[in-house]
Design a protein around this ligand. Structure first.
Ligand code: NDP
Length: 446
């Protein structure tokens, strides 16, 4: 088996040189899915995983724009249309200087499995730009978004490819891009998700990823006759996912010890309560400030410059910032300090070595493609509401989100039960694979 897997990895690697993030994502899936393919005649001999690992289409384009000093800036834009076997391409746009093809291909590959897990009819895609929104004025952001959409608009559409937000792309950026799309196409359609509620957005969409991570984490704990109540939770990030993960943890009676941004983390020994979280939300979403400013407002807290929060003792860890932010030593530290459960809010935040340690120690570990699927699930619900030209209530969407997260948890159990221990990584990979592979087999070699 090892030889078949390593042959497959070499073949994918030969075609995707210098793409470490993409290879990391493909390798993890291959290790779980290839043994399953070998045991199941319908998939064997169809080169199905090789086909899934090859994007259907990759678009790269110039984004030229003029900054506030009237200087011309040039960035690169991308859209990776990975797989449309079960529905139109769906996945976020990321604006961050670290964006390159490897990062977007890993995200689009993960998205394909994640979208399949939601049970909604959505294929996988991802896009973005190496543009850095930090320190830019509102008008610079608008000019960039308009220029970006002036090329992207010809590749997307409500039945073709429906982008959403991700790192650096929130409601402000979605608004500017939607406005430009509408102007270019002269039509009002559900081409982007994450829209404002008054112009086609869904209630609960901003909360959905963070809430979903916590619903999934709670499911894992309940399955072990445990719960989030009174647990110490360490969270990384202070963006969209981190904020709403923290909010839902507080609703369920947990204590939030940390939050972070790319400059370091804050530790509050008294806990970050709802009032303090409201301060962070205003700081990050309105004032666009840095997390260190929390310590000025709450002097009993401490800021750890350039550090990640994984050495703070906790029972639950929710990495909600970015890929590969939690490595081998962090995993060892977390376990040593009593951590029993990890829910990935970000995409691929734990390194393969860290995941191996969690699984070896039989720690509850939820991979992002399962635990953070709530965001795209509610995006799917936004698309449904747009098609119906109707809006569901907050309660209705939240109930559907909870049901979807429970169903994903159940799918992971169905495919990941190893003599009583639930290997959620294996469960999510195989469950996500089966639906996409079945559709691809039915649709022939295309
Ligand atoms: P935001 O841009 O709202 O927030 C990102 C947060 O992570 C910020 O606090 C940011 O700090 C921090 N961060 C970003 N890059 C780094 C880095 N290299 N090192 C340390 N910290 C970093 O993004 P989201 O909350 O939307 O996304 C967070 C993660 O969740 C990503 O992996 C994303 O792909 C994933 N995700 C998001 C979904 C969504 O619906 N938004 C859906 C599913 C997954 P700073 O401000 O300093 O950059």
């Amino acid at each position: 088996m090892k030889e078949i897997i390593s042959q497959f990895i070499s073949e994918v690697n030969a075609r995707n040189k210098n793409e470490p993030e993409f290879m990391q994502a493909v390798t993890e899936v291959a290790e779980n899915v290839i043994p399953y393919i070998v045991q199941n005649d319908i998939y064997y001999g169809q080169n199905i995983l090789l086909r899934i690992a090859e994007p259907e289409r990759v678009i790269s384009f110039r984004v030229a724009w003029i900054d506030d000093k009237e200087e011309i800036q040039v960035n690169r834009g991308y859209r990776v249309e990975m797989n449309s076997a079960i529905g139109p391409y769906k996945g976020g746009l990321r604006f961050h200087p670290s964006v390159n093809l490897s990062v977007l291909k890993f995200l689009a590959f993960e998205q394909t499995f994640k979208n399949s897990l939601t049970t909604l009819p959505m294929g996988g895609g991802k896009g973005g730009s190496d543009f850095d929104p930090k320190g830019k004025s509102d008008t610079e952001i608008m000019r960039f978004c308009q220029s970006f959409m002036t090329e992207l608009f010809r590749h997307i559409g409500p039945n073709r490819d429906i982008p959403a937000g991700d790192i650096g792309v929130g409601s402000r950026e979605i608004g500017y891009m939607f406005g430009q799309y509408k102007r270019l196409k002269n039509e009002f359609t559900g081409v982007l998700t994450g829209k404002g509620v008054s112009w086609g957005g869904s209630l609960i969409r901003p909360e959905a990823t963070g809430y979903g991570v916590v619903y999934f984490t709670q499911e894992m704990l309940v399955n072990k006759d445990n719960s989030l109540k009174d647990k110490k939770v360490v969270i990384s990030g202070s963006g969209n996912v981190a904020q709403y993960a923290a909010e839902k943890c507080l609703h369920l009676g947990a204590k939030i010890c940390t939050m972070s941004d790319s400059s370091g983390y804050i530790y509050d020994p008294e806990g970050i309560n709802l009032e303090k979280l409201a301060f962070i939300m205003d700081l990050k979403n309105v004032k666009r400030g840095r997390i260190i400013e929390y310590t000025n407002k709450y002097p009993n807290s401490e800021f750890f410059k350039g550090k990640k929060p994984w050495d703070v003792p906790c029972q639950i860890a929710l990495p909600c910032a970015t890929q590969n932010e939690l490595g081998k030593y962090d995993a060892q530290n977390l376990i040593k300090n009593g951590c029993i459960c990890i829910g990935e809010g970000a995409n691929m935040p734990c390194s393969p070595e860290a995941i191996e340690i969690f699984l070896k120690n039989k720690i509850l570990f939820a991979p992002g493609k399962a635990s953070n699927a709530g965001g795209v699930a509610v995006s799917g619900l936004e698309m449904a509401q747009n098609s119906l030209r109707y809006s569901w209530s907050r309660d209705e969407v939240d109930k559907r989100l909870q049901t979807i997260m429970k169903d994903i948890h159940q799918s992971c159990i169905s495919f990941g039960n190893e003599k009583g221990f639930i290997n959620y990584v294996k469960g999510a990979n195989i469950a996500g694979f089966v639906k996409v592979a079945d559709a691809m087999l039915a649709q022939g070699v295309v």
